[in-house]
Each structure stands twice: as C-alpha cells, then as structure tokens.
Design a protein around this ligand. Structure first.
Ligand code: C2E
Ligand code: MG
Ligand code: MG
Length: 291
C-alpha cells in the first residue's frame, strides 16, 4: 500500500518480498521516534545562505538529522514524513526551533559583523496545524533572545495551500511577532499565482530544479528568471537553492537574485564548522566550490 501511495494517487503496485522488509523497517522507525526524541538522538546541521553579490554569509538554514544508534545517520526525508504521521514532529519541531534559535543567538554574539545573522527553520504541515505554534515560536524567541526579524520560517507551497484560512491566520500571527515567512521549493507545488499576492509571506526559495537548468552550454534560465521577476514585483526576497556550479552562481548574480544556497558555497555542516566560517570575517566564497 505504501509503495503504491508513494507513486501518487490511483496507482497499484505488485507485491515483492523486499517491500515487506521496507514496510517493517518503516514500522520500526516509526515506533522508535518518540523514544529517540527523549534520548536526544537528533542533531542539526546548518547550511549557509550567502549574499550572491558580496559573498558574505547572511544566514543559515537548520537541517535536522537522526543519529540512530543502530542505523547511523538518517536523512530528514526518511523520517520527517513518519514523524508527521505519529505526531512526533511537534516535539521534534520544538527541539529544532529551540536548539537553532539558541545556537544562532550565540553566533550573533560571538562573531562581530554577524549580529543580524538570520536563521531559517523548516516547518511542516502538522506543525502549522498545531494551535500552539505561535506560542511556541514566541517562547523560543524570548528564551533565546533572538530578534524576531532574524527568524525565517520555511513552508512548502503545499503546506501553505492546506487549510488555508486557519494557516493564513497563524502565519499572520507569526508575522505580527516579527517573524518572516518563506515559501520553500517554490515552483514545485501548485499554488495559484493569484494566491501568492494574498499570502502573508516575505520571500521565495527558488527550487533547485530551476537552478539545475542553468547549465553551461545548455542554459535554460527561463523559469528562474520568471521567479526572480515575480519576487521583485511582489516585493519578496528571493533565495536560489541548490547552486552547485560557479556558472549558476554567476548567472543568478547577473539576474540580481539576492541570496543563494548550495553545495557550491557550502554543504550543510556541524555547528563548529559554521563557527569556523563565521570567524574569518573577511571570508568570501571564491570561484572554487567549498568542501
Ligand atoms: P529543504 O528545506 O528544501 O532543504 C534543502 C535540501 O537540499 C537539504 O537536504 C540540503 O542538504 C539539500 N541541498 C542543499 N544544497 C544542495 C545542493 O547544492 N545540491 C543538492 N543536491 N542538495 C542540496 P536535507 O538536509 O536532506 O533536507 C531535506 C528536506 O527535509 C528539507 O528540504 C526539508 O524540507 C526537510 N527538513 C530538514 N530539516 C527539517 C526540520 O528541522 N523540520 C522539518 N519539518 N523539515 C525538515
Ligand atoms: Mg528549507
Ligand atoms: Mg528547499
């Protein structure tokens, strides 16, 4: 059933023995989630968000990983959907928010020139449905003393399109706190453009698939150009995701895209590695990809 569901609606799949093992593994992980939150088995990596014009680090995105005692490091794409199903995402989301807000505030204090470093945190559908989300965010801001304007919450289009009335109400409350809202993976969902104008949002993250099309020799920037123009016209900030080459970075710079993120600049990394980057205040990303 899950294999069929994974292929979208109205699909059927013939049973194979391997699927049974995968389903069992899924069940085991699901059952293990609550325990792992209490056992603090999660870690955060952080990926820099860079000013494309100056090369300076402007922000960081917190990305959660599960350090499973038996299975090693598990990627969020594997366990976030399970955490959504079980509701464990609520406790996990609070932990992510708290840990990342405290860490970012420390970086702001420790590294001169980075006083307004922004933090990007991913928020999933179930978290936005929870009535406590606004209180949770307000409390974390207070506890960490992070300026609300330095916190950007990232939601995908499909999340924004679900339960629109109550979602919009909560997003407005979050914005009233001073928090900023970004649409993640913009262009891959199916939000109607007329809606975009009415949503309480501050920025768009241009999906990696559009950046991928900007290849040397076969440059198809049409869609990226359209999203950058759209964000400019709607007075939204644009962040290009998944920049992997110098050509892509240059092309986006030429298009006057504000900010970028991707392996070309830096992969998600442990907090101590972020500190090392912030420490070299004159650090600039050159033509060479950073490893
Ligand atoms: P996302 O928020 O769109 O994050 C970007 C993903 O692309 C990350 O994968 C990042 O490691 C990867 N990435 C960044 N630059 C490049 C690049 O240049 N090339 C390639 N190939 N990949 C790149 P990751 O860390 O596996 O996260 C996947 C997704 O899991 C995230 O997508 C986000 O939707 C979700 N996620 C991660 N952390 C959290 C969290 O704390 N809470 C929630 N609710 N979701 C999370
Ligand atoms: Mg994101
Ligand atoms: Mg994304």
């Amino acid at each position: 059933m899950y294999a069929a569901k994974g292929r979208g609606k109205n699909n059927c799949v013939i049973f194979e023995v391997g699927m049974h093992a995968a389903a069992l593994e899924r069940l085991r992980l699901k059952a293990d989630l609550q325990r792992s939150i209490e056992a603090e088995e999660f870690v955060l990596d952080y990926q820099p968000v860079v000013s494309l014009s100056s090369g300076e680090i402007r922000g960081i995105e917190a990305l959660v990983r599960w350090q499973h005692p038996g299975r090693g490091l598990i990627a969020p794409t594997e366990f976030i959907p399970l955490a959504e199903e079980t509701g464990a995402i609520i406790a996990l989301g609070r932990w992510v928010l708290k840990t990342a807000c405290l860490q970012t505030r420390l970086w702001q204090i420790e590294f001169p020139g980075h006083e307004s470093l922004t933090l990007h945190v991913n928020v999933s559908a179930r978290q936005l449905q929870e009535t406590s989300i606004v209180d949770d965010v307000a409390r974390m801001l207070l506890e960490s003393r992070l300026e609300p304007g330095c916190l950007c919450l990232e939601l995908t289009e499909s999340v924004l399109m679900q339960n629109t009335a109550s979602s919009i109400f909560k997003l407005k409350q979050l914005r009233d706190l001073g928090v900023r809202i970004f649409v993640d993976d913009f262009g891959t969902g199916y939000s109607s453009l007329s809606y975009l104008d009415t949503l309480p949002i501050d920025g768009l993250k241009i999906d990696k698939s559009f950046v991928d099309r900007m290849r040397s020799g076969f440059d198809d920037s049409t869609l990226a150009v359209a999203v950058i123009k759209l964000s400019r016209n709607l007075d939204l900030q644009a962040i290009a995701e998944g920049i992997e080459t110098a050509e892509q970075a240059q092309r986006l710079r030429d298009l006057e895209c504000d900010l970028g993120q991707g392996y070309f600049f830096a992969k998600p990394m442990a907090p101590e590695d972020v500190s090392a980057h912030l420490d070299s205040s004159l650090h600039r990303w050159s033509g060479e990809p950073h490893r």
